[in-house]
Design a protein around this ligand. Structure first.
Ligand code: UDP
Ligand code: MG
Length: 305
């Protein structure tokens, strides 16, 4: 069984896709003669996802399932799958078949050649709108700079060696960020390009708000630089204060103009101060949650052994 490939598939409200995904992935792997297990992680779905996983397990005993007690988010679902996986290598892919299962044999072949992380890299971002593309571009530009990780073209579609999986599972953070952490752990990597397929059924769970939250949480997981904004603002307003003082002494006093200027500067300084407090608070929140030591997720049901 030392070629066993575990495929981890997080699923949130995917009742329409679970069985399709299970049979599509199994057909590809059977065709390529790769021993496999499929691990579906039901991320607290509110539809019939769990029942669909049970049916997929009945149809193919290589399907295993884990169900969370509530929705914990995709990254935690991925980590739960990694913790359950027994394979010598582990692939992670979406349940909506936007990550083409047909790529798995090529990825497994690269792994057999000695690559420890085989990254699925998006060639085409599918049906995303121009705005989405722009935001994603900006997000990756910022995070590559701040976190010094090249994540511009990366996706959650990956195949990893057991060593990589064990390195990921050994990380202590409660708030896991799969894409960033796989870049963080390093190892020998190869890339395969894939076209993002259209989602067949169900709908994307990402709203603009949840993407923005994801972006903030990703940047703060890898960089403390945003907190230095306070230093920048501090220096800026100190300079404004000095220049204003000098001008006051040299040019003199003109009640209305000065008052408006000082009022505006005062409000601006207060706003920047509060913004920085908010940013520091965000980091403090991370430290606080980590210090509680709560589990990343809670499992309520499992199937398959
Ligand atoms: N997903 C999850 N938990 C969530 C949201 C999504 O496990 O809270 C899963 C979802 O079922 C799918 C994958 O993550 O398998 C990608 O989600 P989605 O298709 O909504 O994202 P997109 O493809 O639009 O980035
Ligand atoms: Mg999708």
């Amino acid at each position: 069984m030392d070629r066993l490939l575990s495929v981890v598939i997080p699923a949130f409200n995917e009742e329409a896709m679970v069985e399709k995904a299970a049979s599509a992935v199994a057909a590809v792997l059977r065709g390529a003669d790769i021993p496999y297990e499929l691990i579906f992680v039901d991320d607290g779905s509110r539809d019939g996802t769990w029942e669909a996983i049970l049916r997929a397990h009945e149809a193919d005993k290589c399907v295993r399932g884990v169900s969370f007690s509530r929705n914990f988010g995709k990254d935690r679902a991925v980590f739960a799958g990694l913790a359950k996986a027994r394979g010598a290598c582990v692939a992670v892919m979406d349940c909506d078949l936007q990550h083409p299962p047909a790529m798995l044999p090529e990825m497994a072949a690269l792994w057999e050649q000695g690559f420890e992380v085989v990254e699925g890299v998006k060639r085409d971002r599918g049906e995303e709108s121009g705005l989405h593309r722009l935001c994603a571009g900006a997000f990756y530009a910022v995070i590559s700079r701040l976190a010094k990780l090249d994540m511009k073209r990366s996706s959650d579609f990956k195949l990893m060696d057991r060593k990589v999986v064990d390195a990921l599972l050994a990380l202590p953070e409660e708030d896991v960020f799969f894409r960033g952490l796989t870049a963080f752990v390093g190892f020998r990597r190869a890339e395969v390009a894939f076209d993002v397929a259209q989602r067949e059924a169900g709908e994307s769970k990402w709203s603009f708000r949840s993407l923005a939250r994801y972006a903030v949480s990703s940047v703060t997981a890898f960089s403390a630089a945003p907190m230095q904004l306070a230093t920048v603002f501090g220096a800026l307003f100190a300079a404004v204060a000095v220049v204003t003082g000098i001008l006051y002494a040299v040019v003199g006093y003109d009640a209305d103009g000065w008052l408006v200027f000082l009022g505006v500067m005062g409000l601006l300084a207060a706003a920047c101060g509060l913004l920085c407090l908010g940013i520091a608070g965000y980091y403090l929140g991370r430290v606080f949650r980590q210090s509680l030591g709560r589990p990343r997720y809670i499992i309520s049901r499992e199937c398959g052994d």
